[in-house]
Design a protein around this ligand. Structure first.
Ligand SMILES: *[C@@H]1O[C@H](CO)[C@@H](O)[C@H](O)[C@H]1NC(C)=O
Ligand SMILES: *[C@@H]1O[C@H](CO)[C@@H](O)[C@H](O)[C@H]1NC(C)=O
Ligand SMILES: *[C@@H]1O[C@H](CO)[C@@H](O)[C@H](O)[C@H]1NC(C)=O
Ligand SMILES: *[C@@H]1O[C@H](CO)[C@@H](O)[C@H](O)[C@H]1NC(C)=O
Ligand SMILES: *[C@@H]1O[C@H](CO)[C@@H](O)[C@H](O)[C@H]1NC(C)=O
Length: 527
């Protein structure tokens, strides 16, 4: 270990008095880290696994977004024991991961793959034996390709039955040990990215209103709405099954996950204030309004018209109240400006229907690198959700900072981001928002769905040219572990060191973020 690294580690580990501490959180508050199956497991052709729509997409060239695929990724399929040891050493309470549907049930329906079943049993047992809770997502965007081929996946209502049967297998086989189930990860972005903009698999969009992606199938006017509708019905069906057949015995809970943004009016005109409400309705209320009130928001009914499907009375009753918790992924926020002109456009899609222009909220001095670190926006988001939807139990399923894959292990911008966002939670709790846990995205440098291996969010670096794929802790892993083990430290010290080491952080430009580009598309074209 070089002297410089030694000094840095001492600076991070030595207690510095009365700053942020784990004791500022309720004792049952969970801290963990996240990954997802396709992004971390590798072994895509091993032991009976069949492709998901992500394998198809990456092998067809990722729409030229970035090179590479997750055929090997972090190889967690073979290295899960080592990874769980690392989690235990860090002091994580919980690990959020997802099950690969096409590893467990290779054709999406029908026979279970015994090797897939064994893998998830092994992983869960290893976690439990180390005292780490398993928080499991059933679909992290990676639908079995077989179901896409057979009936176009989520576009068809047939998905509801097959998803429910898959969920049934998971509850039956793993529910004695898994107490936190999330049906779908980022349902909102999956619907928009895969079926409106078309930059995510299964790459459906039409007319070609997208940035640069040419889809061979789809209909951006209708399909994002159908896909979300079927996700809502599939979630409700699985939740209903869980409650009737398993919950009494297994005592777990079931929720849904969204990519969330705080929305704030650009000005205080009544137009921008109602546009802000409309943005929240479209991006979050799309799912939350049905979950809490049993129907889509009025603004969506008005602007989506007959293209927005509707629920029967019994469907509405099944969906209403079907989440025990909401999982939120949180990275950035927007100022909202009203955009009445966009509603004049012919062939409207979801993004145009929202009728808003979005402008990212930047922080001080971080406007062009990484994600801006603006914890007040997380507070604003959670207050707004509580005001509109009541006090739903919330897990922050993902939060983190993006850096270049090969930047230094001294990831100060990630340390600052974790420190500031985690540090904002005690105040949020004092204001009566029921946040029950916080998970860092991501435990390792995984195959990023929006950037492949070009950027990283991990607490641990993996050199892809190292055949052993050794996990190397970054400073953020040390910081997090230190925090979890109830050692305190002064953020000013870390910031001082950062100032003295201006070269250590080389983040990817925030403005290249595909989700940012996606939601801003219309405001760029029509302003
Ligand atoms: C999409 O099609 C247009 C027009 O044919 C072409 O100019 C553009 O390069 C294509 N984009 C991609 C990503 O293939
Ligand atoms: C998309 O669906 C709408 C509504 O059903 C329809 O009017 C439109 O023609 C469809 N577009 C294409 C390209 O199929
Ligand atoms: C809008 O009004 C609120 C409350 O008075 C104030 O805090 C905020 O700064 C105003 N926003 C703008 C953009 O003027
Ligand atoms: C907060 O949510 C948890 C479930 O995550 C629940 O057990 C608890 O009762 C809730 N607390 C409040 C104050 O609503
Ligand atoms: C990171 O470094 C490795 C090994 O030097 C190299 O192969 C890879 O292309 C680099 N990746 C990026 C995104 O720079």
């Amino acid at each position: 270990m070089s002297m410089k690294v030694f000094v840095l580690i001492v600076l991070v580990l030595v207690p510095f008095g009365d700053a942020l501490s784990r004791d500022d959180f309720p004792p049952h508050f969970l801290f963990g880290a996240s990954t997802s199956a396709y992004q971390v497991e590798g072994a895509v052709n091993e032991d009976g696994r069949k492709p998901s729509i992500w394998d198809t997409f990456t092998h067809a060239g990722n729409a030229n977004m970035y090179p590479g695929n997750a055929d090997i990724a972090c190889d967690q399929y073979h290295k899960y024991k080592e990874d769980v040891q690392l989690m235990a050493k860090m002091g994580l309470d919980a690990y959020r991961f997802s099950i690969s549907w096409s590893r467990l049930i290779p054709d999406g329906k029908g026979p279970i793959n015994p090797k897939g079943l064994q893998y998830y049993n092994n992983l869960i047992n290893e976690l439990i034996s180390q005292g780490i809770q398993a928080h499991v997502t059933l679909v992290h965007w990676d639908l079995p390709q077989a179901l896409e081929d057979e009936y176009e996946g989520w576009v068809s209502r047939r998905i509801v039955k097959d998803f429910t049967a898959y969920a049934d297998v998971c509850f039956r086989e793993f529910g004695d040990r898994v107490k936190h189930w999330t049906t779908v990860n980022e349902g909102n972005v999956f619907a928009i990215g895969g079926y409106d903009s078309g930059f995510l698999p299964p790459q459906r969009c039409y007319p070609a209103q997208s940035l640069t992606y040419n889809c061979s199938r789809g209909n951006s006017s209708t399909e994002p709405y159908w896909v979300a509708h079927h996700m809502l019905l599939a979630h409700a069906s699985a939740a209903n099954l869980y409650r009737k057949k398993y919950q009494d015995r297994q005592h777990g809970s079931i929720g849904f996950n969204l990519l969330t943004f705080g929305f704030f009016p650009l000005t205080n005109t009544s137009e921008d204030i109602s546009a802000t409400k409309r943005a929240e309705d479209f991006y979050l209320g799309w799912f939350l309004n049905p979950f809490i009130f049993g129907e889509y928001p009025d603004t969506m009914k008005k602007n989506g018209g007959s293209r927005l499907p509707s629920f029967s009375k019994s469907e509405s009753n099944l969906i209403k109240g079907s989440i025990d918790f909401l999982g939120i992924n949180y990275y950035f926020s927007f100022y909202v400006k009203d955009s009445p002109d966009s509603l004049q456009i012919k062939d409207r899609d979801f993004i145009v229907d929202a009728g808003v222009k979005l402008q990212p909220v930047f922080g001080d001095g971080t406007s062009t690198s990484g994600f801006p670190i603006v914890p007040w926006t997380l507070h604003g988001l959670l207050s707004s959700l509580r005001n509109t939807y009541g006090n739903i139990p919330i897990y922050i399923h993902e939060n983190g900072q993006q850096t270049d894959r090969n930047s230094s292990l001294e990831d100060w911008s990630r340390v600052k981001s974790l420190h500031d966002y985690i540090g904002s939670i005690p105040d949020i709790l004092r204001n009566g928002v029921n946040v029950s846990g916080y998970f860092v995205w991501s435990f390792l440098d995984v195959f990023e769905l929006l950037a492949g291996y070009e950027s990283s969010f991990g607490l641990h670096y993996i050199d892809l040219n190292d055949p052993t794929l050794r996990r190397q802790p970054k400073l953020s892993a040390l910081w997090y572990s230190n925090f979890l083990n109830k050692r305190t430290m002064d953020p000013m010290i870390t910031m001082e060191v950062q100032k003295k080491n201006p070269s250590v952080v080389l983040p990817t430009a925030f403005s290249n973020n595909p989700i940012l580009q996606m939601v801003q598309r219309k405001s760029i074209s029509y302003s």
